[in-house]
Design a protein around this ligand. Structure first.
Ligand code: FE2
Ligand code: FE2
Length: 465
């Protein structure tokens, strides 16, 4: 078998001997990692998966049964734009970088490694979930997300191998060496070290943490380093499905809970009470906010100035792409009080991106609250205040209630079981997680989806067990 037929690509891999050699060495290590850390117990099963085979809005994916280790993890970049320019920052309007500019080499490598590290991390976090899937439809979606996170790792490793020489190859090896939640060699970002060991966690993770991915990728899709921009644009196509899984997954849990509330006590009926769903939202939303980085950040200013990382929809949403003389009014904690501080806009770009993300999350909450309303319930769920439960940035090290009011650490300790999943909550949710492997059947704690995948019905055999 020819290795290069196994890596579908539109980067002319067959012609690039140096890159071939680098990937040739990396591929078996990747497969070892996949077998060791990928979905446990399902590696030899046929799964009905989509595989990226081309770019472009039509016909980019092929659907068929495939065993996951045989999945064709390809390398795809959106087509190059003729005369691409750096779209923002100090080099605004100059030709886009086709090679890594020497002065930005470390920053770029760090951006790519940080993004790349999240991809295998999430596969590791989710590797036990197949054993408790609520339906074959959900099992297939889990594996779809997993193989595509694997492809996103390939996308970042392609950039490291293709543009960073020896240290890029070392970084690519390290991406396979770190392990989610491992004290000695943890993944880089904290949300990717949190266990994701039940399906409520999985749906909240794909809703909130994959959505952080959407915003990071969107900011990098604006990058003046063209190979990165083109890579991220294509990754966003796949990412949309991951968020769909989380958004509709949580919506289906909410729907089932609302139905059971009409029948009686949700716990007695084997459902997930709304207050536990709320706590999982609070947990994953707050950890995902941390992924945007500090509110006031010299890195964000440097990355923007260099033309490496833009704002969300930089080209569509803004007219001034230098953001050099603008200011941003930031809420900070000073002398034990919330105060407003004026900071240069470029130093506030993490917060600007985070604000876009919060707006997007709110739309999800509106959809779930519509489910509650449709089921005739008056209860509502909500997002916690962005200051709540933060471990990175201005608000880390301070305590806030769910509405964002500054409180004492003692009060937070006393009340945190109201806001965050307790051990008992987690154990209760885990106690509901029994696999449903029968075609067309679904667990009691979640409603079936409105439709199947790619025109197939819900009772299609999405995974052959
Ligand atoms: Fe990803
Ligand atoms: Fe994703």
């Amino acid at each position: 078998m020819n290795l290069y037929d196994r890596i579908p690509n539109n980067v002319n891999l067959a012609e690039d001997k140096k890159l071939q050699r680098a990937l040739e060495k990396w591929l078996p290590n990747y497969l070892d990692w996949w077998r060791e850390m990928g979905p446990e117990g399902f590696q030899e099963k046929d799964v009905w998966l989509r595989t990226a085979i081309d770019v472009g809005s039509e016909g980019w994916a092929h659907f068929d049964y495939v065993k996951m280790p045989d999945y064709r993890w390809g390398i795809f970049l959106e087509p190059a734009q003729p005369d691409a320019k750096v779209g923002f920052g100090d080099n605004y309007g100059r030709p886009a970088y086709q090679e890594v500019p020497g002065e930005f080499r470390n920053s770029l490598r760090r951006i790519i490694v940080t993004q790349g590290d999240t991809e295998p991390a999430s596969v590791e976090q989710q590797r036990q979930l197949g054993k408790t899937c609520p339906s074959l439809y959900d099992l297939r979606n889990l594996f779809q997300v997993n193989v595509e996170e694997g492809r996103h790792l390939w996308a970042m490793v392609y950039l490291l191998h293709g543009y960073f020489g020896r240290d890029g190859r070392d970084e690519a090896d390290d991406l396979l060496a770190r392990r989610s939640g491992n004290a000695d060699k943890p993944r880089i970002l904290e949300a990717f070290n949190q266990p994701c060991d039940d399906w409520l966690n999985f749906f909240a993770f794909t809703m909130f943490t994959d959505r952080d991915g959407k915003y990071q990728l969107s900011a990098l899709a604006e990058s003046g380093f063209e190979p990165l921009a083109r890579t991220c644009r294509f990754m966003l196509t796949e990412e949309a499905h991951h968020m769909f899984v989380g958004d509709t997954g949580l919506g289906r849990v909410v729907r089932r809970t609302a139905q059971l509330m009409k029948e009686g006590d949700v716990r007695e009926l084997g459902g997930i009470p709304l207050d536990i769903i709320q706590k999982y939202i609070n947990f994953w939303f707050s950890y995902s906010l941390d992924l945007f980085g500090g509110e006031i950040s010299s890195n964000s200013a440097d990355f923007f100035a260099a033309g490496l990382k833009g704002r969300y929809k930089e080209q569509d949403q803004y007219t001034d792409h230098t953001a050099a003389n603008e200011v941003f009014n930031m809420t900070v904690v000073e002398d034990g009080q919330l105060k407003t501080r004026e900071v240069p806009l470029r130093n506030a770009l993490n917060e600007v991106l985070r604000t876009e993300y919060v707006k997007d999350c709110e739309k999800g909450l509106a959809r779930w609250n519509k489910v509650l309303a449709d089921e005739g319930r008056s209860e509502r769920i909500y997002l916690p205040h962005p200051r709540f439960h933060r471990h990175v940035g201005e608000f880390a090290g301070h305590s806030f209630d769910i509405e964002g009011n500054l409180i004492s650490p003692e009060e937070f300790e006393r009340r945190k079981s109201e806001w965050l999943p307790t051990i008992e909550d987690r154990e209760y949710v885990r106690s509901l997680m029994h696999p449903v492997y029968e075609v067309g059947k679904i667990a009691n704690w979640i409603a079936p989806p409105a439709a199947g995948i790619k025109g197939k019905p819900f009772d299609f055999e999405y995974v052959r067990l």
